[in-house]
Design a protein. Structure first.
Length: 124
């Protein structure tokens, strides 16, 4: 399987599961379309459909446990009002570092100014 978008897309069903929180109707429509196209096997949706070789997808007939887990968590979050996110952000370790998630990156201008100050201090 190639990983060049210029060759055509590789579509993963788990991506639609992860989009459920933001685009519920579109995600469900995608999953229904994939099911109608027989992108499923004994353990759920296949890993991906590879369109890099043409208009007909080559199904990647495997299941990765971590992708299956992400799907289950996404559905749980959808059905239980973001319970997994609340649980995760409720742990003391995550709460302690949560402010870092809200920090703004320094602008290029500020970085240049800091670099100038650093060079001045080095020459003193």
């Amino acid at each position: 399987m190639k990983y060049g978008a210029e060759d055509g897309p590789v579509i993963s069903p788990y991506s639609s599961f992860l989009a459920l929180a933001l685009l519920r109707k579109d995600s469900i429509a995608n999953l229904r379309r994939m099911a109608a196209m027989d992108w499923m096997g004994a353990y759920g949706f296949y890993e991906a459909a590879d369109y890099t070789q043409g208009n007909q997808p080559e199904l990647v007939r495997s299941w990765m446990a971590h992708h299956q887990g992400m799907c289950l968590l996404a559905v749980t979050n959808l059905l239980k009002n973001n319970i997994v996110q609340e649980w995760f952000h409720g742990t003391p370790r995550v709460r302690a570092a949560e402010l870092l998630l809200h920090e703004k990156a320094l602008s290029k201008e500020t970085l240049k100014d800091l670099e100038k100050i650093s060079k001045l201090q080095a020459t003193e």
